[in-house]
Each structure stands twice: as structure tokens, then as C-alpha cells.
Design a protein around this ligand. Structure first.
Ligand code: TRP
Length: 379
């Protein structure tokens, strides 16, 4: 960024960075502990939890999403947790100028959700733009945060840097507050996140606490309007793209859920390997080969070492054949379901409309509580 107002005083900035590093260390530890407690309690009392998570509809979901989060959401839903999944369409325009193909992307995301087993009978699936009362919460919430707090948010900083120095939009700067509204409007108490998203959750907790301090319902012993949510962290396999680099659609190294078996075979055929014929599982020494072994392991549920040993001197040709079969077999039911859904756009629209209606009901009730707490009731 070119216009750093505090450029002269680097010592002060270093001090602030060091301070926030050590606080984030401590808060990371706290989040990890808390998350472990929740996992334990969740198994016994799933009914005590409302979980919210979401995605930006920017492209088609791939195996990274699948093993990184989708599978986990379905498991929580199946355990009996009240599950909410947000299609964050307003978040798409934090760093892009265009809403091209937004409809197609929203419905593709929805199709992926349903295909992997997110069940609209148990999970509320909805889109930002369809829930005005959720968005209205952003106004009072913005009064609870300062611009420097937002500028310091590590995720905002990282995302801003990733846009190659283009000017930051107001929506980008404030999206952690919007995200707080996403979580708080339905009073979700758990949010499955990666460690990189923890600052957002911390921002949400701050908003919830400050709302109560400033505008909270008067009187002793009242419950806060917004419960502070906790992060639900989980072990996520470190799955790389087919070139051994970080998985990303723009690198063309992903296997999308919607690809055909042939497209998958082609993508795996192109995968990078190394010159050693003997296949082993050694993620640090042989990241590309090991990533393929990991993919076979995730899709078959078998041990990666055992898979590598079985292939042994079969070389990368055998490895790729094994991986292709494993991935295609695992995804076959997902893809079959996906094809069925795609053939019935009216059903997709119905599912989303139903989720939106439920989200609106809950958002309106929460906004009423907010108006009440803020004494903005004039009827
Ligand atoms: N920021 C998330 C992403 O980029 C999407 C998201 C929007 C979200 N609102 C949320 C995630 C609320 C969890 C909770 O993937």
C-alpha cells in the first residue's frame, strides 16, 4: 500500500505488531482449547449448538473445499447440530468490480452443497442479498468498531495485499462487521473456521460484547442480545493442487466436484510427480507424489503409507491410475446427485427460497430485539 499514514514512526508500528502478535498467540491458544471443549460437548449435546458457516460464490467447489470444510459441515448436520450455511453473495464484491455470472455461481454453489449431502430439511441455506434484516444489523454494528481496528484485521490486510495494491473498498474494510452480522443475526454459537479466519471471529465476539455494553437491555440478570460465538477448529488435511502448489482455481490445479470422470482423469494425468519410480509417502521430501497419495487416502479412507507401499515400484503411472479410480469412485454418487439437481432448476430455486424465508424470519426477530434494546421503537 502506498499511503501509510504512520510511515515515519516504524518503531511504534513494530511495537504494535509485536503486541498484537503476542495477543494473537494467547488468543489462538484460547481458541484451540475452547474448540476442543466444544467438540467434546457437541458429541453429547448437539442440540445446544447452532453452527453457521458460509462461502463466497466465486467459483465451483473443489476437493480442497470438500475435504477442508464441506465434509465437516455434513458431519455436524448429521450429528444433529442446527446448521446454517450462507451463500455470501455481497462478499463477492468486496474486491471485484463485477457481478458477472453471479446467478450461475450461486446456483452452482447450492448444487454442490446439496450434492455432498447438505440437507435443506435440516440445514438453512440462504443468500446475503435476500435477507435485508441481516444486512441492517451492519449499521448499529458499525458504530461499535473503529476504522483502525478494521485496518489492523490481519485477514483484511492479507486480502487487500492479494488484490495487488488496488484501492480498498469500503465494503472490503467493513466486511468483518458484515460477517459479524452473518453470525449474530441467527445467534450462532459455533463457527467452523480455519485458523486464518480467527480474527474475524474475534471481531464478531467484540461486536457482540460491545453491543451489550452500549445498547444492551437494561437491568440486572438479563441475557445479552448476542451470545459470543466460538470457533470450531478441526484438523484439515493439507491437500495441494495437482501441481504440488497451493490449491487454487486460478492456477488450474484443482479437481472440481462437478468435473466428469474423464476430466478428472485428465487433470490427474497432468499432475506433477518426480523422477523416483518408487512411490513413498513423504509430504516434506516429496510433496507432489505425496499429495497424490494423500488424495487416494482421503477418498478411500485408507492409510497413505499402505497405499504408497502397495504401489511401490509401480511408478507415477500406477499412482495416477490408483488416484483417478479412487477419486472418481468417491465422487460418483456426488456427481450423480449433482446431475439430477442440475436438471431441476425449479427445485434449486425452491430450496433457496425456503432457506431465505427461514433466514428472514429469524433476522426480523433479531432486528426487533435490537430495536428494542436500542430504544428505537416508536409505535
Ligand atoms: N469469509 C468467508 C469466505 O471467504 C465466507 C463467509 C461470509 C463466512 N460470512 C461468513 C464464513 C460467516 C463464516 C461465517 O469463505
Amino acid at each position: 500500500m502506498t499511503s501509510e499514514p504512520l510511515q515515519t514512526d516504524t518503531r511504534e508500528r513494530d511495537a504494535i505488531d509485536a503486541l498484537s502478535d503476542s495477543t494473537s498467540e494467547a488468543s489462538l491458544r484460547r481458541s484451540v482449547e475452547r474448540s476442543e471443549q466444544i467438540w467434546d460437548d457437541l458429541a453429547e449435546h448437539p442440540d445446544r449448538y447452532r453452527m453457521l458457516t458460509g462461502d463466497r460464490p466465486t467459483g465451483h467447489l473443489h476437493l480442497g473445499h470438500y475435504f477442508g470444510s464441506l465434509r465437516n459441515r455434513v458431519a455436524l448436520q448429521d450429528q444433529g447440530v442446527d446448521t446454517w450455511v450462507l451463500i455470501a453473495d455481497y462478499q463477492v464484491i468486496t474486491d471485484r468490480d463485477t457481478v458477472d455470472s453471479i446467478q450461475e455461481r450461486v446456483f452452482s454453489l447450492l448444487t454442490d452443497y446439496l450434492a455432498v449431502g447438505i440437507d435443506p430439511a435440516r440445514t438453512t441455506i440462504f443468500a446475503h442479498s435476500q435477507v435485508p434484516s441481516l444486512n441492517q444489523l451492519v449499521l448499529p454494528f458499525l458504530s461499535l468498531v473503529t476504522d483502525s481496528e478494521l485496518r489492523r484485521n490481519p485477514t483484511v490486510k492479507a486480502e487487500q495485499e492479494a488484490t495487488g495494491g488496488r484501492p480498498m473498498t469500503g465494503l472490503m474494510l467493513t466486511y468483518p462487521v458484515h460477517q459479524a452480522a452473518d453470525i449474530l443475526f441467527c445467534k450462532a454459537n459455533v463457527v467452523p473456521v480455519g485458523k486464518d479466519q480467527l480474527p474475524h471471529l474475534e471481531q464478531t465476539r467484540v461486536v457482540a460484547r460491545r453491543f451489550d455494553e452500549r445498547y444492551g437491555r437494561a437491568g440486572e440478570g438479563t441475557t445479552p442480545v448476542f451470545p459470543a460465538p466460538d470457533a470450531l477448529l478441526s484438523e484439515v488435511p493439507n491437500l495441494l493442487g495437482t501441481d504440488g502448489q497451493k490449491m487454487s482455481k486460478s492456477r488450474g490445479n484443482v479437481i472440481e466436484l462437478r468435473m466428469s470422470a474423464d476430466e478428472t482423469a485428465r487433470a490427474i494425468k497432468k499432475a506433477v510427480t518426480d523422477a523416483d519410480r518408487h512411490i513413498t509417502y513423504d509430504p516434506t521430501g516429496r510433496p507432489e507424489v505425496s499429495n497424490l497419495v494423500l488424495l487416494a487416502s482421503l477418498t478411500t479412507g485408507r492409510d497413505p503409507e499402505a497405499i504408497a507401499e502397495e504401489i511401490g515400484d509401480g511408478g507415477s503411472g500406477t499412482l495416477k491410475r490408483v488416484v483417478t479410480e479412487a477419486v472418481n469412485e468417491h465422487l460418483a454418487p456426488v456427481r450423480a446427485r449433482r446431475a439430477e439437481l442440475e436438471a431441476d432448476p425449479a427445485e434449486l430455486r425452491r430450496v433457496l427460497a425456503e432457506g431465505n424465508a427461514h433466514a428472514n424470519e429469524v433476522a426480523e426477530a433479531t432486528l426487533d430485539e435490537v430495536r428494542e434494546a436500542m430504544q428505537m421503537v416508536y409505535a
